[in-house]
Design a binder for this molecule. Structure first.
Ligand SMILES: Cc1ncc(COP(=O)(O)O)c(C=O)c1O
Length: 434
């Protein structure tokens, strides 16, 4: 297949590729029909699926079914009759299929932050038994802040000299030449950096962590559904991630937690609520954890949200992740090459790695007036987002983003920058969420 790179010399002033060529790439795209599985407002180019995925076509119907029939008519009987009680494990199996987890390893529940607390705590307890001299949790300085905050909360609870230590992405990518000392118990890494889109090699990095005597926990928020992940193949120990980004589960949809078979039952997690109990309806006065991954559940689940999340997950049953990854890279190659070719007369810098092996499914660029530029773009119906400092993020969800969308986005950026359309008061007002 012709790739979007063809004919686009790096740094050439005008790309040979034009919009018509992008439309031809869309026509030849094997994933094109999936676009119809999502509902987007007419005239919208949606490049924020790395923050909140688009709405799957069947989501409203499923929500209506749960509200009217399962809840409205079935009432409490639906915990059994409609399979509500089993949804965390049922959806967990579907997520496991997408991230290479294997059967019986994953449940969908709670939030990524809460699930990280559970697994990091369990990992520290395992290490306290196996290597009691180790009391450092290592994580990326550039990690999503909530991950760092949760680990800080955990070490405060653990006491006993536990500490969170931060490392730079470069140290991680180099296989920890300095930071992985014999004090480190657990390493928590986000697979794709939320701001830059940098991807870390899970298998190599996990091997380095194990060689250093630590356990490896991965945060897959920006990789689940965006690229091929093989948790079991990489030998990872534990993982968490959300379903509302590339998995299109809906706003605030529940997260997932994966624990390798070998470690699942070594300890119970600290949020030992009745849903993780071996026999929750025996109402025993003391906690006994469930035998497998169910012990990572805590309390009653948001059934509406969980039911809608399943609609997003089911799209992946019809998709080969290799095709998703190939298109994602083709889209980001095109985006980067067009930025190089069309925007180089502006103070714009691509901060997403150019090597495929180090790139997730987004392109991030910086501009000193990034917030206002993104605001101007959104006014035109092209939706990305902004993260401090100066970063404009463009999520490329191959299921519903096309090559012509990328072309149109870079053209709109060029007009906004050339004509300083961002430089008006309306584009400098910030809401609570950027
Ligand atoms: C990498 C990463 N980790 C953790 C989180 C926090 O997720 P939650 O709000 O579901 O706890 C996010 C949220 O965007 C994220 O991007």
């Amino acid at each position: 297949m012709t790739t979007p790179s063809d004919g686009l010399g790096a740094g050439s002033p005008a790309p040979v590729l034009d919009r018509a060529a992008c439309v031809r790439l869309d026509d030849a795209d094997p994933l094109r029909s999936l676009r119809d599985e999502f509902l987007l407002p007419p005239g919208t180019i949606y490049l924020d699926g790395n923050s909140l995925g688009a709405r799957p076509t069947g989501a409203a119907e499923r929500a209506q079914e749960v509200i009217a029939e399962e809840w409205g008519t079935g009432l409490i009987r639906s915990w059994n009759d409609a399979g509500w009680f089993d949804l965390p494990a049922k959806l967990g199996e579907k997520v496991a299929g997408i991230v290479g987890g294997g059967a019986g390893t994953t449940v969908v529940t709670d939030t990524t932050s809460i699930n990280l607390f559970k697994v990091a705590s369990a990992a520290c307890r395992i290490q306290a038994a196996d290597a009691p001299e180790r009391s450092v949790i290592l994580t990326q300085r550039e990690n999503f802040p909530s991950d760092i905050y949760m680990l800080e909360g955990l070490v405060e609870q653990l006491g006993d000299g536990y500490e969170v230590r931060l490392v730079d992405d470069a140290e991680v990518a180099a296989g920890f030449p300095n930071a992985l000392t014999d004090e480190v118990a657990v390493v928590v890494l986000t697979h794709v950096n939320y701001r830059t889109g940098r991807l870390f090699d899970m298998a190599e990095t996990t091997a380095a962590i194990h060689a250093g005597g630590a356990l490896a926990i991965w945060d897959l928020c920006h990789s689940a559904g965006a690229l091929e992940v093989d948790l079991a193949g990489a030998g990872a120990d534990m993982a968490v991630g959300c379903t509302y980004k590339f998995l299109n589960g809906g706003p605030g949809s529940p997260a997932f937690v994966w624990v390798s078979e070998a470690l699942q039952t070594r300890f119970s997690q600290p949020l030992s609520g009745w849903w993780g109990h071996r026999q929750p309806f025996e109402m025993e006065p003391s906690y006994t954890p469930a035998d497998g991954i169910r012990r990572y559940l805590t309390g009653t689940q948001g059934i509406l949200s969980m039911s809608v999340a399943e609609v997003g997950l089911d799209v992946f049953g019809r998709v080969d992740m290799a095709d998703v990854r190939a298109k994602s890279l083709a889209l980001s190659d095109l985006f980067i090459e067009l930025v190089d070719a069309r925007l180089s007369h502006h103070p714009v810098e691509v901060v997403t790695p150019r090597e495929h092996a180090a790139r997730g499914s987004q392109v991030s660029i910086t501009h000193p007036e990034g917030f206002a530029v993104m605001s101007a773009l959104i006014t035109r119906g092209i939706i990305g987002d902004y993260r401090e400092p100066e970063v404009l993020r463009f999520g490329l969800t191959p299921l519903y983003v096309g090559y012509a969308d990328v072309w149109d986005t870079v053209e709109a950026l060029r007009e906004i920058l050339d004509d300083r359309l961002w430089d008006v008061p309306q584009h400098k007002v910030r809401g609570a969420v950027t």
